[in-house]
Design a protein around this ligand. Structure first.
Ligand code: PLP
Length: 233
C-alpha cells in the first residue's frame, strides 16, 4: 500500500471510531509521526492530506524543517513529541505548533523563561506528559506530583498548557490499553476541576491502539508505522 492509501485507511478507521463513540470527527487530529522517515515520505503524506507531523529528535527535525521542498508546503505544521533536553528548547520555540512532551517542572520553567524573553505576549503551546502507569525510567509527570504542581505551571508566563499526553506501557492488545487511556482522561478531568482550565487536548493512541484511544477521548492520535510503514533501525 502507498502512503496515500494508508492515510485513507487510517482516516476511515478514525471516522468509524468517532462514529462509534459519538464524537465529532473534527475533534480528532491525526499526527503523522515522521521520525526517521525521509522528506519524500512527508511530502507523500502531505499530498494525501496530512498537515501535522510529529518529530522526536531536534537535529533531525531541524534538517527537515529547513528543507526547501517542505518549506514550500504552506499548511505543514509540526508537533514535537520526543524527549526534550532543556538546552534544545530554543530551537523549537515558536517554530513547532506544540511541544507535547513537557515532562518536568524544570523543562516547563525553561520553556516559560525563553518564551517570556521573546516578549510580545508570545506563548508556546505545550502538553504535559504524564507517566500514568508509574513506569520506571519512563518520562512524564507522576499523576500525584502533577496534581500538586499544576497551579504553579499555569502561573508560568509564555506557556499555553493545552492538555495532556502520554505513552502508556506496551500492551499485548489495544483493548488492554483502554484503561491507561481512561486513566489519563480521568486525570485530565480532575486537573480541570482543580484549575478551572479547559485542558482540551488529550494526545494518546498510536498505530496499535488509536481507535481505542479515540473512544476514550483522544483529541490527537500519533500514528507512525500505520502510515509510513516500519521504521528503519
Ligand atoms: C514513534 C512515536 C509514535 C508513533 O508510533 P507508531 O507505533 O509507529 O504509530 C507515537 N508517539 C510517540 C511519542 C513516538 O515516539
Amino acid at each position: 500500500m502507498s502512503i496515500a492509501e494508508r492515510w485513507d485507511a487510517i482516516e476511515t478507521r478514525v471516522a468509524a471510531a468517532c462514529e462509534r463513540s459519538g464524537r465529532d470527527r473534527r475533534d480528532v487530529t491525526v499526527i503523522a509521526v515522521s521520525k526517521v522517515h525521509p522528506v519524500a515520505a512527508i511530502e507523500a503524506a502531505y499530498g494525501a492530506g496530512a498537515r501535522l507531523f510529529g518529530e522526536n529528535y531536534v537535529q533531525e527535525w531541524l534538517g527537515k524543517a529547513e528543507h526547501d521542498s517542505l518549506m514550500g508546503l504552506r499548511e505543514l505544521r509540526w508537533a514535537f513529541i520526543g524527549r526534550l533536553q532543556r538546552n534544545k528548547v530554543r530551537h523549537l520555540l515558536g517554530r513547532v505548533d506544540c511541544i507535547e512532551t513537557v515532562d518536568s517542572e524544570r523543562l516547563a520553567r525553561e520553556i516559560s523563561r525563553r518564551a517570556a524573553e521573546r516578549g510580545g505576549g508570545f506563548a508556546q503551546s505545550v502538553l504535559l506528559q504524564v507517566n500514568v502507569a508509574g513506569e520506571e525510567g519512563k518520562g512524564g509527570f507522576d499523576p500525584e506530583t502533577l496534581q500538586n504542581a499544576i497551579p504553579g505551571l499555569f502561573a508560568l508566563p509564555g506557556l499555553a498548557i493545552d492538555g495532556l499526553m502520554h505513552i502508556p506501557p506496551a500492551r499485548p492488545t489495544a483493548e488492554e490499553s483502554r484503561r491507561d487511556h481512561r486513566d489519563l482522561a480521568a486525570l485530565r478531568d480532575r486537573l480541570r476541576a482543580t484549575t478551572g482550565q479547559s485542558l482540551i487536548e488529550l494526545s494518546m493512541g498510536m498505530s496499535g491502539d488509536f481507535e481505542v484511544a479515540i473512544e476514550e477521548g483522544a483529541t490527537r492520535v500519533r500514528v507512525g508505522t500505520a502510515l509510513f510503514g516500519a521504521r528503519p533501525v
